[in-house]
Ligand binder design. Structure first.
Ligand code: ASP
Ligand code: MG
Length: 494
């Protein structure tokens, strides 16, 4: 614990966890209690930004310690930036119209959100500077007709730079101290552009050093980071959730709040199951599984930093701030049903490799996986019958095609010697995953699951179960997705 003039400086968390009792009267509390992250739809326009500021300001009051806030770009901005970069690369000057649109969108928000003249002028100048820089970069891309992943990272991060300035200025305009922070200065990554990996040791030091002042509410850009050389990188699409948890872990806050536009993590996609309901508590493991299988509320990497520090994450609704949301923590209250939630991945394809020659032959799987890795495809699900007569791999459609072509080439010797009879590709499929801590050791669960599907006439093409028994995933035809999810929800979740 740091000390100044005999006062012990400690984090409010630590104080609440018992420090206060050990040295009463000697404690000065430092550090934020909460990280609050607001996604693109929460900052979609001036009205939404105003409500977000209400939430932030009220948290600042009740905590007595300013929260650290992470914001995404205004809704649609990242997509527009990426599309503009692609247009410029192909020599299509429509990127100029897109840029003008972005300028107007942000100008309008400034007009609606800022009343103080000097705050407005400063903000407008800063934004124009950033937008001009963006214009120059896009023009450069048009001239060289090339947009590398590195340049794409630089361009796609402009939305967060603008939104963080806007939100900070609006809060300041309402008389509360707030300051925008560019995360490129505090999140250090490697140069794997498009999905850079965080260097946690350096990052945690940078965060603790930069965010040490506890006088203002920091409004940090989500999604963006930089390399040791200061080259802009991104944490991958929807990476702002991850930014929030990186900050939360570094600052050891009490909780990380992900503010979105739904009441929490739902038992299933409400577009398919209208009576899906909010799961009040999830374990880290369940939430990981759900996010990997496409439950859209949280970026899959988000939980990695917080699990290590054992910090709870709350999913909250900006449109309904008083709703309790979903709490994700090491342990969740026991549930009275075997399945916690259902998630699914659309538009996948299955590669089936069949042949009598694969039976009992060591090394086949390793050749298959090496070949798929070489073609850059990510395998989402694997299933092999114990007869070893066939192996199924499921990948996203675009990647599956490349992988299948690569396999045919790389295994051509085995194909011509008839060890492998066939490599087939089936498109138009869907992976459904059912997830729940209570599935562990439940005898008869998969029987009940598959008979529910059978009763609804859904044909299952492949099945996989993780050895943690937390997840059973299976592949069906996409067109049967609704029936399948509805049938499972009815049978197990109700
Ligand atoms: N704005 C970025 C994206 O759209 C990051 C985020 O929203 O989390 O991917
Ligand atoms: Mg998001």
């Amino acid at each position: 614990m740091p000390e100044i003039d005999g006062w012990t400086l400690c984090h409010r968390n630590t104080a609440l966890r018992g420090m206060g009792r050990k040295c009463p009267g000697l404690i000065v509390i430092i550090g934020p209690m909460h990280i609050m992250k607001f996604g693109g739809s929460s900052v979609a326009d001036a009205g939404r930004i105003h409500s977000v500021a209400d939430i932030i300001i009220s948290r600042n009051k009740t905590d007595g310690v300013p929260p650290v806030v992470v914001v995404s770009a205004m809704k649609g901005v990242t997509d527009a930036l990426i599309a503009a970069a692609a247009a410029a690369e192909s020599g299509d000057t429509s990127y100029k119209t897109a840029l003008a649109g972005l300028r107007q969108k942000h100008h309008e928000a400034v007009k609606a959100l800022i009343t103080d003249n000097s705050i407005g002028t400063t903000l407008q100048t800063e934004m124009d500077f950033i937008l001009d820089e963006l214009g120059e970069i896009l023009h450069g891309v048009e001239l060289v007709r090339e947009c590398s992943l590195r340049t794409n990272d630089l361009i796609s991060g402009f939305g967060e730079r603008l939104s963080s300035l806007l939100v900070a200025a609006h809060i300041a305009d309402r008389g509360v101290r707030a300051e925008a922070v560019d995360a490129r200065k505090i999140i250090r990554t490697d140069d794997d552009h498009g999905r850079a990996a965080v260097d946690f040791n350096i990052t945690e030091n940078l965060i603790r050093t930069r965010l040490v002042d506890r006088e203002s509410i920091f409004i940090v850009t989500g999604f963006i980071a930089s390399t040791a050389d200061g080259v802009a990188t991104t944490l991958g699409r929807n990476g702002s959730d991850y930014t929030a948890s990186i900050l939360g872990a570094a600052l050891n806050v009490e909780s990380v709040e992900i503010w979105t536009d739904v009441d929490g993590v739902l038992t299933a996609d409400p577009r398919i199951v209208p009576d899906a309901w909010v799961i009040r508590e999830l374990s880290f493991q369940e939430a990981m599984e759900l996010s990997f299988f496409g439950a859209e509320v949280i970026h899959p990497y988000t939980l990695i930093p917080v699990i290590e520090k054992d910090l709870p994450v709350y999913i909250k609704n900006t449109l309904n701030p008083s709703a309790p949301g979903t709490r994700i923590a090491r342990t969740a209250a026991p549930k009275d049903r075997p399945i916690t939630g259902i998630a699914s991945i659309d538009d996948v394809s299955m590669i089936t490799i069949e042949g009598g020659g694969m039976v009992g032959m060591p090394g086949v799987a390793s050749r298959i996986f090496a070949s798929v890795a070489k073609s850059g495809a990510n395998i989402i699900m694997i299933s092999q019958a114990s007869s070893e007569h066939s192996i199924c791999l499921v990948c996203r459609r675009e990647e599956a095609r490349k992988a299948a072509d690569g396999l045919k080439k790389d295994l051509s010797d085995a194909i011509s010697s008839r060890m492998i009879r066939n490599i087939n590709l089936t498109d138009g499929l869907e992976i459904i995953a059912v997830i729940g801590e209570n599935m562990r050791g439940q005898v008869g669960l998969s029987g009940k699951l598959f008979s529910a599907l059978g009763d609804s006439d859904v044909n299952i093409l492949a099945i996989a179960q993780g050895s943690t028994e937390l997840n059973i995933s299976f592949v069906i035809e996409s067109r049967r997705k609704s029936e399948a999810i509805t049938a499972i929800h009815r049978a197990f979740i109700g």
